[in-house]
Design a protein around this ligand. Sequence first.
Ligand code: AMP
Length: 147
Amino acid sequence: MITIDVLNKLLLEQEIKQLIIPARDVANVLLGNSLEHALLVLTHSGYSAIPVLDLQDRIHGLITSNMIFNSMLGVKGPEYEKLEGRKVEDVMNRKVPRLKETESFFRALELSINNPFICMENEQGRFSGILTRRSILALLYRHFRNG
Ligand code: AMP
């Protein structure tokens, strides 16, 4: 049976790099993209939240369909015209859970309690991908099953 000590050792030594979904496979939008474009990307990708980047691949926030729908709401309901001229940076959430690739699995586990995914940064501060709560739970499950 796996003991807490063994589990801690395994987790603390676990390189999180191998769990990352690489940036090239992650749906994202740019700060200056229109909200219409962001809505299309969110709808086509099927994800409820995606990262917001700049042209240098730095992470600035997260955007969800809900943020866009909220910005469309008028007194009588949704008004599509309200999207015109508005950009991703006007409605996104700037609080974004992020980690360096070199940080411990344990820190990723802690962040995943409140976040379905975590944005990863490389040594140069560029977006390198995401770590999902799903991949963290799957790794834990494998450790317990094989332990
Ligand atoms: P999952 O654990 O696969 O359900 O993913 C959790 C969350 O991570 C999703 O709801 C998305 O917000 C985000 N996510 C996962 N995979 C991607 C991807 N390929 N592109 C953009 N966002 C993603």
